[in-house]
Design a protein around this ligand. Structure first.
Ligand code: 3PY
Ligand code: MG
Length: 257
């Protein structure tokens, strides 16, 4: 399936996604009817592990949503596994330095950009999918261009070096983690604090200047609209569990009113 976030970014259009923590194929299938562009399968902050994530990537892509995976370590194995099962991109948390980002590129991108290990996998239909039309070299070039590698900016180190990090070839964009970033700034949860606002805008500007994607995280649609207006090309608005809770609270509130 086409990478909807990337296609929209290239066309100058905005994309909207959500994290999924629900360990549920049905939840992802339901999301596909709502106007969302992508789901992020969150291995970092949920009990979802690699095998389950592989299933959910397939469900999302078959349902018409692009599937990103947030991995839980800067290590070769989780990076490779999630790319090999066909994720449209990876979000990598807790990045601190340019060196770590170069290591990530080496795991996630094929030569000549990196040294991603090669095998025929689900990502290319085990050699039979349309992304193999140009043979092995064509597949590798296409994977490098179409699969997103997106470090998170949510540590003091990443913020300090953001302009250098976003300039690394093979980095396709940055995902801002406002919660951890606020902790790193010593102002937990204070998103209206001018230091937090300045940090977020610094990351957005660095991405814009580098011509790369910048994804902001927030908790609801109204805040997402404000970030779109600020110039973010993509916003991830909350988690499926929270949306379910708020819908059910509203329902219960109305029922017992
Ligand atoms: C953060 O806000 O720290 C995130 O990682 C968003 O999930
Ligand atoms: Mg975080």
């Amino acid at each position: 399936m086409a990478n909807r976030i990337l296609e929209k970014f290239r066309r100058g259009e905005k994309s909207l996604g959500i994290f999924t923590h629900m360990l549920s194929a049905t939840a992802i299938e339901a999301m596909a009817y709502t106007g969302l562009d992508y789901a992020i399968i969150d291995i970092e902050h949920s009990p979802i592990a690699a095998e389950h994530a592989a299933e959910l990537v397939g469900v999302a892509e078959r349902s018409g949503l692009s599937a990103l995976v947030r991995v839980d370590a800067i290590e070769r194995s989780p990076i490779l596994k999630m790319l090999d099962v066909g994720a449209s991109g990876l979000i990598v948390p807790q990045v601190e330095s340019v060196e770590q980002v170069r290591t990530l590129v080496s795991y996630a991108k094929f030569a000549p950009l990196g040294s991603r290990g090669y095998c025929q996998t689900r990502d290319g239909g085990w050699g039979l999918a349309e992304n193999y039309a140009g043979g092995m070299a064509g597949y590798m070039a296409r994977a490098n261009a179409e699969t997103l590698l997106i470090p998170q900016c949510e540590t003091a180190g990443c913020l300090e070096h953001i302009e250098d990090i976003v300039a690394v070839e093979g980095v396709d964009g940055i995902f801002i983690g406002p919660f951890d970033l606020s902790i790193a700034l010593g102002i937990p949860g204070e998103f209206a604090d001018e230091r937090h606002i300045a940090a977020v805008e610094r990351v957005r500007t660095a991405c814009e200047r580098a011509g790369k994607l910048c994804i902001m995280f927030c908790g609801d649609g109204e805040t997402a609209a404000r970030y779109f207006a600020q110039g973010f090309p993509s916003v991830t608005a909350g988690m499926d569990v929270n949306v379910l809770q708020s819908g059910l609270r509203k329902l219960a509130g109305a029922a017992f009113a």
